[in-house]
Design a protein around this ligand. Structure first.
Ligand code: SF4
Length: 339
């Protein structure tokens, strides 16, 4: 049985700047996050993955402008479009429905306040009726939940390691038990051992509390480990979406293949790292046809004329969608590009 959706993004479009030539940073992005699922979003820097989650949570700073689409959150009272919420509704929904842990969040703690104060302030903002003792109790509980001894409630951020500061940020995001936790490159500044420990902790909390996770990273090999489904983004569009295991076993889009071969696998036999030649396109001057065509080892003549839409593969694999003409032409990724 397919789990119920908790967040549905439909045809989301974002521009940077106004006037005659805005940058079309996100074009027609559609995604569904199901209850209890971990959805990974991967792609190179500048592909639009952070723009996607900031737009979906209405946190996009100017000059970013949402120019189309809808973001339906399925709460206890039925679906609501986050993009059409009033400011008051939005304030109530933040932290409670969706909480986000930002890139470099471990440096977001206020250095002059103890971490306990920062946790209790966040709780007080959304639970104004709670007593000071209740808030402190909850703060201790949250620290314990992310593997920090509750007596560290009195510590200042500089007295904690980078990993512990990141855990405090995750504890803060968990304070109101959100239904969706968004992690935007949460562990990139940490060493791999700490990275793994924190992710294992988040997954253990997800299993226990049942929330859903959107996890953004440029490291697709990490996503293969933790995500149920993966969406691969390139130049402001989703180019492949499938179960994580399917992306790992048989990526269908040449860009997904290139990304997988740009990182060493965490398990299994070693394989040579190939990387992807060239660099992502200028979003103000996208190539005609497929945006990946100048870098694609499989590009055909038709690829510079026709823009490939995201759709089912010729092999009709359930749940898999790919934006590549190889598949609409009825071809699959050649054996030379298999993993
Ligand atoms: Fe490569 Fe053509 Fe597929 Fe684009 S549409 S990824 S250029 S084969």
């Amino acid at each position: 049985m397919t789990p119920e959706p908790v967040l549905e993004i439909r045809d989301l479009a974002v521009d940077y700047g106004y006037g005659a030539s805005p940058v079309h940073a996100l074009r027609g992005v559609s995604l569904t996050l199901h209850k209890g699922e971990v959805l990974g979003i991967a792609g190179e820097s500048g592909c639009g993955k952070s723009t996607l989650v900031y737009a979906a949570t209405r946190l996009l700073p100017p000059p970013g402008v949402i120019v189309g689409g809808e973001v339906r959150f399925h709460g206890d009272d039925g679906p609501v479009d986050i993009l059409r919420m009033t400011d008051q509704e939005l304030r109530a929904a933040r932290w409670q429905d969706t909480a986000i842990v930002f890139q470099g969040a471990m440096n977001s703690l206020n250095p002059v306040y103890r971490v306990g104060r920062q946790l209790t302030d966040a709780i007080a903002a959304h639970r104004p009726g709670s007593s000071r003792a209740e808030r402190e109790e909850r703060a201790r509980e949250l620290l314990t939940m992310v593997g920090i001894a509750p007596e560290r409630i009195r510590a200042f951020p500089h007295q904690l390691s980078g990993g512990m500061r990141q855990r405090v940020m995750i504890a803060m995001a968990m304070a109101l038990e959100p239904k969706v936790l968004i992690l935007d490159e949460p562990t990139t500044a940490l060493d791999v051992v700490m990275q793994r420990q924190i992710l294992e902790q988040v997954m253990e909390l997800r299993d226990r509390l049942g929330f859903s996770v959107v996890f953004i990273t440029h490291d697709v090999s990490l996503l293969i480990e933790v995500a149920d489904h993966i969406a691969i983004m390139y130049a402001g569009e989703i180019v492949e979406q499938a179960r994580a295991s399917e992306v790992y076993r048989q990526p269908r889009h040449p860009y997904s293949h290139g990304l997988l071969h740009s990182f060493p696998p965490l398990h299994g036999p070693r394989r040579p790292l190939a990387g992807i030649p060239g660099s992502p396109p200028d979003l103000q001057a996208l190539p005609s046809g497929c945006p990946f065509s100048p870098r694609c080892p499989e590009a055909m003549d038709v690829c510079t004329d026709v823009h490939p839409d995201l759709g089912p593969t010729a092999a009709a694999e359930p749940g898999r969608r790919v934006a590549c003409l190889l598949h609409t032409e009825g071809r699959t990724l050649p054996a030379s590009l298999s993993v």
